[in-house]
Design a protein around this ligand. Sequence first.
Ligand code: GLN
Length: 446
Amino acid sequence: LTRQTLDKIKQDDQQVQAYLALNEEALATAKELDQTGIDPDSIWSGIPIAIKDNLVTTELPTTAASKMLTNFTSVYEATVVEKLKQAGAIIIGKTNLDEFAMGSSTEKSAFQTTHNPWKLTTAPGGSSGGSAATVAAGDVLASLGSDTGGSIRQPAAFTGVVGLKPTYGRVSRWGLIAFGSSFDQVGPLTRSVKDNAYLLNVIAGADEHDATSSQTEVPDYTAQLEQGVSGMRIAVSKEYLRSGVQPEVKQAVQNAIATYQKLGATVDEVDLPNAKYGIMAYYVLASAEASSNLERFDGIRYGFRAENAQDLDDVYVKTRSEGFGDEVKRRIMLGTFSLSSGSFDKYYKKAAQIRTMITDDFQRVFEKYDVLMGATAPTTAFPLNHESQDPTQMYLNDSFTIPVNLAGLPAMSIPAGFSEGLPIGMQLVGKPFDEATLYQAAYAFE
Ligand code: GLN
């Protein structure tokens, strides 16, 4: 299986370009496993899995798709990778992303453009575009991505796979290169809902290395799968009907409403009055956190260092000028500005207040409903090089996914039809730590 997977990746990747590094040692690891025998108690034993390249690994370099981390290999392993290895999974390679996970198309990678396997001239979404594309191409059953504002769910939608962003704190962030630390979560991308639940079973749980990881007990996420949705109370956010949403996407949500009603769920439309401020609040808060998190890339400690610097300040300035791409610089400037003394109250504090208001909106919905449903993204996969000159247009693509990160809730994207050969994704949002109900609802739909 490992050999076949490596062969298939090499073949597919000539066009898809999902991988930044392939693990040639994987074959040896698999052979070893052949000797010892696969672990009958672990469903992932011997199964190749791809890892987004902002999760640090000891066997393979980690770049976060940035020139800044050229030739960087971590001395320790991300907790999620460690857990997968313990479960016997084979780490097959590291996947492409937008630089430091900042973007929605994977075009912001410093190294290569990943193509959507459904139509190579379109984007796979981002920032976990490589992880989504390799699952969609049929190379691997599963991959890991990270989601700060939609980076698992939007690429899952664009490539027709299942992607889950767990509740904030459900999965350890140890070894995930930090972007917006109060938003970031690692999560699984798979072809089926069941596989997704199997993978969350492995990666979820408290971690002494991550103080924000939750002690909440980890259930068996496959336990509720077969229970159906009869009697389930599903809310639909009216947001999906607003202008700018592709008609076929609206239709897909309407079809899903009808399907759920047929399966015995009650479905009502609800308002999230403050969701429309989500993008604005997110770009202030996430950029503020990013500006602080990225301070560590100074040319001294990691990877890249610019040549011909005159003094220490020059090392910093030259390294950061040459090492970071434009999108990353834009975030650092935005974040530094909103944290500066003159603008803190005007921007950062306001954005934090909006964050609370949005969290309250969701809470009101979940007093009455089990699941909130809507579109994952306003459109299907857009063409590569599309609107790349206009960052705000790109930011708008995340309007349905971002409010969920502001509130720290679990959410997943599942395939819900096609438009002109391109997959449409539907988003299901759940109560904190209630991933099991999301899987239950998704499984019934699938
Ligand atoms: N597209 C959003 C951004 O650029 C979200 C990215 C993410 O979730 N990592 O910030």
